[in-house]
Design a protein around this ligand. Structure first.
Ligand SMILES: C[S@@+](CC[C@H](N)C(=O)[O-])C[C@H]1O[C@@H](n2cnc3c(N)ncnc32)[C@H](O)[C@@H]1O
Length: 237
């Protein structure tokens, strides 16, 4: 039995507990005991694996987490920035309620064509509006429509596109989101590079700046989860 009296505090303020280290064996265990990927998502993942850019696709456990968030929050209006072949789009669209809608922005038609095919197969395409365009101008148009009271703000926004515009995506998304709404940003641990000072490339510096901006923003609540490549969950106050 542990002695039941206080011990001297360490000099630093580091927590005595921390997030578990996930090595390959533990990761495989996590997948084996928790991931339930539908046949359609599996098919999409296999089709995407043929492309060199396949690494951009969400991992199954992150797709499933996104889908669970949608089911827990039941948002009516969802916005997605960065569709690629649609793994996240399909995960969210299959989880959203029948009266919900999703606006999905992707700059490359080739990727949207693949995503659209799967959304049609899942029978959810009628509730997903896709824009083949750069995200910033589309987001600005959506914001103008909200500010003019022509449409409601979004309840849920998922950001998974280029890092160059990440700070602008964050600020614009805050304006597009209703109070109490949820924003999710992918890649916030950026392959671990954010914590390594040796990495000074543009994208790493932008992700660091984003993380520090969100952390210091008193108008939001946040949690940075070490799932996938790092996923930051944000609630607008
Ligand atoms: C990491 S991938 C998205 C992965 C996707 N969420 C999934 O689950 O497979 C990023 C996507 O953002 C797109 N993208 C990059 N810059 C963009 C921009 N300025 N506007 C819109 N889409 C952009 C890329 O073409 C790419 O398909």
């Amino acid at each position: 039995m542990l002695p039941n009296f206080p011990k001297p505090l360490p000099e630093d303020d580091r927590p005595v507990n921390r997030t578990v280290k996930v090595d390959d064996r533990l990761y495989q265990y996590l997948v084996d005991v928790s991931v339930r990927e539908t046949d359609l998502l599996k098919e999409l993942r296999r089709e995407t694996a043929q492309y060199h850019m396949a690494r951009m696709q969400l991992s199954p456990e992150v797709g499933q987490f996104l889908s669970l968030l949608i089911k827990l929050q039941a948002p009516k209006k969802i916005l997605e920035i960065g569709v690629f072949t649609g793994y996240s789009t399909l995960s969210m669209a299959m989880a959203m309620s029948n009266n919900a809608s999703l606006v999905a922005i992707e700059k490359k038609q080739m990727w949207l064509d693949i995503a659209t095919r799967y959304l049609e197969q899942a029978g959810v395409k009628d509730r997903v509006e896709t824009y083949c365009d750069k995200a910033l101008p589309v987001m600005q148009t959506l914001l103008a429509s909200i500010n003019n009271h022509e449409s409601d703000p979004f309840d849920f926004i998922f950001i998974d596109a280029d890092k160059k515009n990440l700070l602008e995506y964050y600020h614009l998304s805050k304006s597009l989101l209703r109070s109490g709404g949820c924003m999710v940003i992918d890649n916030t641990l950026w392959w671990g590079n954010v914590a390594d000072e040796a990495f000074t490339d543009k994208d790493t510096c932008i992700v660091r700046e984003l993380n520090s901006t969100v952390h210091q923003d008193n108008n939001v609540e946040l949690s940075l989860l070490p799932i996938g490549d790092g996923l930051t969950l944000i609630r607008k106050k």
